[in-house]
Write a protein that binds this ligand. Structure first.
Ligand code: PEP
Ligand code: MG
Length: 892
């Protein structure tokens, strides 16, 4: 294996091996751009080092050979006394981990070569300042010396001289400081600061390897879902200096505005400084455009290079550069991060510029970005308005814009929300006891924990706005208040939290609907403003996606209003109408009567009452979805969900008995509740089992569907009803229900004289159904995978409990990176889906296949369903655009 690559040997596609920084430095070198020469040690070398505790044997010689070549090229030797070559040793993993790993600059300086540098640069102060920086950085990162000790010494030197900034220390001061720094190293590390330049370099390389496994790097990787075994590459690069005087400097630049996507001159420049000074914020930077008046030649060259880079990468690039005495050097570039809106704009702009085609444009945006653009957001123009104050910033954990009164415990959250108040639940961190409070709140704010903290995971699962880990905020739950500096937020004060940016405000920030939703709703007005430009870009990308996708997209909806919205959002039918949602409110009592019925007459009576109501529901739904398929699922949930709570009822009955006025009805009810009470209701009397046990229930629902369809046909409509049987485990169950359904449909056809052609199919929600899909397809005209229940039953995870109980621990331990209820578990649940698809189609080649679990609207899962050959995905109305986009991305 080759462990070291010269910058001239790599290219941008070697990120696995050379890391992002190394691969792009090589790419720029080969484009002929001014990159300071150097070489990259591969991630493979790092992996060997981390696994075995020692660098690969061959590494030393390879590094020597590359160093020789570098010295030859530069005409000076590393650390040479009279004319030293200095290098930086920088980390650079495949994925950017900003600030997480180590870097050491000015390697090669020693007591001797510092003199040589002074001569080279013609600047004593500069040389001694560089040397003290090396000892400080090297001492801290390589020799594990507490960085504070150096800082204190530096402060002391400034105090002694009665100055406040580093630049007021002269060469003699810095020389003294070097002596003190060396003493610190000796005392703290128990050895002298190494004078041998090669030893400095080797130790720095090892330190960079080791920094892959620091706690903060590990935490960052876990939060960003970066695998822990990739390792980092190490870039050894000849030093250039931006701090050699006013004709030197350093800066960052973007080829486009990463916030809007607009082309122009974006970036910052700091004269007479090194990169570290910019990060440290020691002096204020100036806008990049001002470089033109500072150093026109370098500015023009930089603009030229930015154009070259954009045309080459065909994307927005960000850049770090340094100017050393009027000579421009490129230190880094990469395809830059951008906001969701900019991603859509840039993709279409690049198509217009002829740089990429439409298929590529689709790959430049994601469903997650589209989802982000669909959340309502805070009105930017409200900043600075009276009464609104930015308190701080945390981690944007679950998007959305939430406003409410501050509460500091779940009990208050529930109490206040019951009385109609909007509340924001503020906790140091949340735990499973807070679940009800989180549900009651508009949004959740915590001062601790990252993207995988309990609050973040649960909030995302509930689609609730969440900002977590806002560490500047001092949360005092005992005194029910939040402090930041001298600002105090008391219980009841209004706060606003932005789950897309992590910003936290005091006061009510006005919320505006997303222009992208206004567009999907057909309410977006014309007018050449910024929002229109975004909408134009979304419109075009959606059009590409719709053109190329194979998957159809349907909605989970059970009323006309949702159905109409779904249609506006592009739904091509309803994939799941949950009929239990039609029995809520006043109708619950009718179902209660049905359950309590002792005699056939009583039962038939309540079914007769329900029938016209159901029929009317379906008429409205079929009308809203005229011409498109509507899959109606027969009643699914455990019956006790329609009965009163067992504890509450028991208490009521006991109280009544003690007052000796017990009522007959309550007693009967209590008996029924006891009879129907189940330890595991999700595995109990529900789904098709209900239809088989309660005579007439499914028949009533089928009749309502059939009569509604007949009515719509008579009204010249085009109803396309499909009847779906839930929770089937064996073909026998389905056969019995089908026989009855076919009979009822035939009766309705006979009575109305209308030919109906209603398809009857089943959900695949149980492992047994998936495993016997070939048999089940004999009796089903379609399958719809109920991946919520299928995940529950394949994993044995209670879908109602686990996310709030132990999933946080599972996520933290990396057992899975994302809940299997959110993204389909391809290896387990997914492989059952795949084999059921194959077995079903083998029995019935024209079997229609879809999915209606939550996964139908999840980007990664949509790609999986495309791959296994489903015909459609069905998801909640709001996620339809995301599913359309991802189906397009999957197909292109
Ligand atoms: C499912 O189980 O995936 C499904 C869609 O049905 P429900 O969520 O109603 O149980
Ligand atoms: Mg289900």
């Amino acid at each position: 294996t080759k462990f070291v690559y010269d910058f001239t040997e790599g290219n941008k596609d070697l990120k696995d091996l050379l890391g992002g920084k190394g691969a792009n430095l090589a790419e720029m070198t080969n484009l002929g751009l001014p990159v300071p020469p150097g070489f990259t040690i591969t991630t493979e070398a790092c992996k060997v080092y981390l696994e075995s505790g020692a660098e690969p044997v061959a590494l030393r010689d390879e590094v020597s050979a590359h160093l020789d070549a570098l010295e030859e090229r530069m005409g000076k030797k590393l650390g040479q006394a009279d004319n030293p070559l200095l290098v930086s040793v920088r980390s650079g993993a495949k994925f950017s981990m900003p600030g997480m790993m180590d870097t050491v600059l000015n390697i090669g300086l020693s007591d001797k070569s510092v003199q040589g540098l002074a001569k080279q640069a013609g600047d004593d102060r500069f040389a001694w300042d560089s040397y003290r920086r090396l000892i400080q950085m090297f001492g801290k990162t390589v020799m594990d010396v507490d960085g504070e000790l150096f800082e204190e010494e530096l402060e002391k030197a400034k105090r002694a001289k009665k100055v406040t900034v580093d630049t007021d220390l002269d060469a003699a001061d810095l020389k003294k400081l070097v002596t003190r720094f060396k003493k610190i190293v000796k005392t703290e590390a128990g050895r002298d600061f190494p004078q041998d330049p090669r030893e400095q370099m080797d130790l720095a390389i090892h330190a960079v390897f080791d920094s892959w496994n620091t706690d903060r790097a590990k935490l960052y990787r876990r939060q960003e879902r970066i695998p822990g075994d990739l390792g980092t590459a190490v870039n050894v690069c000849s030093m250039v200096f931006g701090n050699l005087g006013p004709d030197s400097g350093t800066g960052v630049a973007f080829t486009r505005d990463p916030a809007s996507g607009h082309q122009g001159v974006y970036g910052d420049y700091l004269q007479n400084a090194q990169g570290e000074d910019v990060v440290a914020g020691i002096r204020n930077t100036v806008p990049l455009a001002e470089l033109e008046s500072i150093d026109k030649k370098s500015y023009d060259q930089l603009m030229q290079i930015m154009e070259t880079l954009e045309n080459h990468y065909k994307d927005l690039c960000d850049i770090e550069f340094t100017i050393e005495r009027g000579q421009l050097w490129m230190l880094q570039t990469r395809v830059g991060k951008r906001t969701a809106g900019a991603a859509f704009r840039i993709a279409t702009q690049l198509v217009d510029q002829g740089l990429i085609d439409e298929a590529e444009a689709l790959q430049r945006v994601t469903g997650a970005q589209l989802a982000q653009l669909m959340f309502p957001r805070f009105d930017d123009t409200a900043h600075g308005t009276k009464g609104i104050e930015l308190l701080g910033r945390g981690i944007a954990a679950s998007p959305g814009a939430a406003v409410g009164k501050a509460v500091f415990d779940s009990y208050t959250a529930i109490k206040w929300s019951r009385s109609g108040e909007k509340v924001i639940l503020i906790r140091r961190e949340t735990n499973p006891d807070d679940l009800d409070g989180m549900i009651a709140a508009e949004g959740i704010l915590t001062s601790r924990g990252g993207k995988t903290s309990h609050a973040a995971v649960v909030a995302r699962g509930m689609g609730k706005t969440c900002v977590c880990g806002a560490e500047e905020l001092e949360v005092d739950t005992k005194r029910r208040r939040l402090t930041i500096g001298d600002i105090v937020v008391e219980e009841g004060d209004v706060v606003s939290i932005d789950g897309s940016t992590g910003k936290v405000y005091r006061g009510e920030v006005p919320v505006v609907p997303s222009p992208v939703v206004e567009y999907f709703e057909g309410r977006m007005h014309a007018g050449a403003d910024d929002a229109d430009e975004l909408v134009g870009a979304v419109h075009r990308i959606m059009a590409y996606a719709d053109r190329v996708r194979r998957l159809r997209v349907r909605a989970n909806a059970d009323n006309a209003e949702d159905a109409l919205r779904a249609r506006r959002f592009g739904a091509q039918g309803i994939g799941l109408c949950r009929t239990e949602h039609m029995f809520l409110g006043e109708r619950r009592e009718m179902v209660e009567k049905l359950i309590l019925a002792d005699t056939d007459t009583e039962r038939e009576e309540s079914l007769k009452q329900l029938l016209p109501l159901q029929k009317q529901d379906f008429i409205e739904l079929f009308e809203a979805m005229d011409g498109l398929p509507v899959t109606v699922r027969l009643l699914d949930p455990p019956l006790h969900e329609f009965l009163p709570d067992i504890t509450e009822l028991s208490v009521r009955v006991a109280l009544a008995e003690s007052r000796q006025d017990s009522n007959e009805n309550d007693l009967r009810l209590l008996q029924a509740v006891h009879r129907l009470h189940e330890q595991n209701p999700m595995l109990g009397l529900r789904g098709v089992r209900l239809g088989l046990v309660i005579p007439g229930l499914f028949a009533m629902q089928v009749r309502a569907i059939a009569e509604a369809a007949a009515d719509r046909k008579n009204a010249k409509g085009d109803p396309r009803a499909e009847i779906m049987i839930p929770l089937v485990g064996t073909v026998q169950e389905l056969e019995i229900v089908r026989e009855e359904a076919d009979r009822v449909v035939a009766e309705v056809e006979e009575q109305t004289g209308v030919e109906l052609k209603l398809a009857i199919g089943t959900m695949i929600e149980l492992p047994r159904a998936a495993l016997t899909a070939g048999q089940i397809a004999e009796a089903a005209q379609f399958f719809s995978f109920g991946t919520n229940d299928l995940t529950q039953t394949v994993w044995g995870f209670s879908r109602d409990d686990v996310e709030a109980s132990f999933f946080t621990a599972y996520l933290e331990k990396g057992i899975f990176g994302v809940s299997p209820f959110e993204t389909i578990d391809k290896d387990g649940v997914g492989s059952l889906v795949k084999s059921a698809v194959e077995a079903g189609r083998a029995t019935r080649p024209d079997l229609k296949l879809g999915v209606c679990g939550e996964h139908g609207g999840d980007p990664e899962s949509v790609h999986f369903f495309h791959e296994v050959g489903l015909d459609y995905v069905s998801c909640s109305p709001f996620r339809i655009p995301v599913a359309r986009l991802e189906a397009g991305r999957a197909a292109s």
